[in-house]
Write a protein that binds this ligand. Structure first.
Ligand code: PHE
Length: 449
């Protein structure tokens, strides 16, 4: 993908974008954050941020990527040429860093999906087992998760080496609808379990006593994480998008699809959590504890479990590919390494960090960084700090360094697409004022609390 290719069809772009956006963020991270942050309140905040901040931001990343036709680092270098303020040319670096940090724990969770595929193939998910214990075995053991993490990373690297596009496009087209059907199926089973009502209430009836600045920050971070915003993925992919595509429409469709998957995942998981008498604050293991348990109570559950974890694995893979591509595109275009060298070195770097993340759930449990284990620290560092800061710099750049004309020309394809002036003005206002202020405010308050 480094050779300034462009996507062949509109469907191809949409699939690649959805592939990046829909992943463990929706099916693993969203449900557990909903559980940890009191349910409905978190969901409302998440949706609010999604519409007001993230959608305009996604459109903006598109604008930057397509205009510059470059990787995330080069994009700002190119677009800031001839303008004052040299430092702007370097802001892409934070994205490369975010991609590295995210991949370090993302690949560990990706490894768990590989582990659960092998377990479902052995038909290990039977009724009445202790699934918490099972998850502990899979995540806390010193060697087992390392091997699966490595498998996940190597597969990611392999696809990125082969030149991503054709590969991702082909399998995502099949996997995405399949994932959709699976999640609906699980949701239906979950909702029909006895005692699932409490879970539905938890999801949809806000308890405002749960409203804290931590919840606000977590919701902001999750909306960035889930849409792949703030780390240059959209910029990188947008640089392969043709000039006649409607980027507002593409962004809206991606955001809608992503949100649908997240909400469905919530509906699939939470009712079952309550029905099984578990607590929603299970943490990162939530999905891996609940899903096998749901399958153990479904006719032909064993087969469905295999299908589900395979599909989950592919959803994770299409996201991790987009993350590695951010690092690799940077190394190829800016440091002029070959694709192979870039992939090898970035994968090696990620491997070192992901080993630490994985061990931090077991052997290195007691090592704490600012009060969290290494895994949680990487997770929070990326979603709650690096992505919002990256996004903040992107909107400041687009809002204040790019002229209105430059910005609107890109969105309207040089005037060929007609949007209501009100829409364009609101968008520009959000990008210049609302988004930066909201992000700075939330980060400041949570820092000072
Ligand atoms: N959006 C992806 C997910 O939900 C994760 C991701 C974050 C991918 C940032 C790329 C960039 O799983």
């Amino acid at each position: 993908m480094s050779n300034r290719d462009s996507f062949s069809s509109k469907f191809g772009i949409l699939v690649a974008l959805a592939g990046s956006a829909v992943g463990l963020g929706n099916l693993w991270r969203f449900p557990y954050l909903v559980g940890n942050n009191g349910g409905a309140v978190f969901i409302i905040l998440y949706l609010l941020f999604l519409i007001v901040i993230c959608l305009p931001m996604m459109i903006t990343e598109f604008t930057i990527g397509r205009r510059s036709q470059s990787n995330v680092f080069g994009a700002f270098k190119i677009l800031s040429q001839g303008k004052k303020g040299k430092a702007w040319g370097k802001i892409g670096f934070i994205s490369v860093l975010s991609a590295l940090v995210i991949l370090s724990f993302y690949s560990v969770v990706g490894g768990w999906t590989v582990d659960y595929i092998t377990q479902s193939l052995c038909f290990n998910f039977k009724e009445g087992l202790d699934y918490e214990q099972m998850f502990r075995y899979s995540s806390e053991n010193a060697f087992r998760p390392l091997i699966f993490t490595l498998v996940f990373l190597l597969l990611t690297a392999l696809v990125v080496i082969m030149g991503v596009n054709k590969g991702i496009e082909k399998y995502t087209k099949v996997m995405m609808p399949l994932l959709f059907v699976m999640v609906i199926l699980i949701a239906v089973r979950s909702l029909t379990l006895q005692g699932s009502n409490e879970g539905v209430k938890f999801l949809f009836r806000p308890d405002w006593s749960k409203f804290t600045i931590d919840t606000v920050l977590a919701a902001l971070g999750q909306s960035f994480f889930s849409l792949s915003i703030g780390c240059g993925t959209i910029i990188t992919y947008a640089s392969y998008v043709k000039r006649n595509e409607n980027i507002v429409r593409l962004s809206t469709e991606t955001a809608l699809m992503d949100t649908l998957f997240a909400l469905l995942a919530g509906i699939a998981i939470m009712p079952a959590v309550f029905a099984f008498g578990l607590t929603p604050e299970e943490g990162p293991g939530l999905v891996f504890v609940i899903i096998p348990q749901i399958f153990s109570q479904l006719p032909m559950g064993g087969i469905f479990a295999i299908l589900f974890f395979v599909v989950l694995f592919f959803a994770a893979l299409s996201s991790s590919i987009s993350l590695l591509e951010v690092m690799v595109a940077y190394m190829i275009e800016e440091i002029h390494w070959s694709r192979k060298t870039a992939v090898a070195l970035s994968t090696a770097l990620v491997t070192i960090l992901s080993v630490l993340c994985s061990l931090s759930l077991g052997v290195l449990k007691n090592v704490s960084v600012l009060g969290s284990n290494i895994f949680d620290f990487m997770d929070k560092l990326s979603a709650n700090i690096l992505l919002p800061v990256g996004g903040l710099l992107f909107v400041l750049f687009a809002g204040w360094k790019m002229s209105d004309k430059e910005y609107f020309d890109e969105i309207t394809n040089d005037g060929n697409l007609k949007f209501k002036p009100l829409f364009l003005n609101v968008l520009r206002f959000i990008v210049r004022f609302v988004a930066p202020l909201v992000i700075v405010l939330i980060m400041l308050v949570s820092l000072l609390k």
